[in-house]
Design a protein around this ligand. Structure first.
Ligand code: SF4
Length: 68
């Protein structure tokens, strides 16, 4: 079966640095030392359930999963 990958869309302007994404998936997200806003690690895959959970937890809507 062939799947079409989901895309993770980050809006750093909306990020309020709450850190819930980092708390829920520290292997996928980090926070910038400069401004506290989200930094996505290179290996982050939008199909990962942990990414969906982080998007659900994010209070500002800065993390969005886009369908194919
Ligand atoms: S949970 Fe949302 S607001 Fe908080 S650091 Fe992550 S992206 Fe930013």
């Amino acid at each position: 079966m062939t799947g079409i990958a989901m895309r993770l869309i980050i809006d750093r302007e909306r990020c309020v640095g709450a850190g819930l994404c980092v708390l829920s998936a520290p292997e996928l997200f980090d926070q910038s030392d400069a401004d506290g806003r989200v930094v996505v690690r290179a290996s982050t895959d939008a199909d990962d359930p942990a990414v969906h959970e982080a998007g659900r937890l994010c209070p500002s809507g800065a993390l969005r999963i886009a369908g194919p």
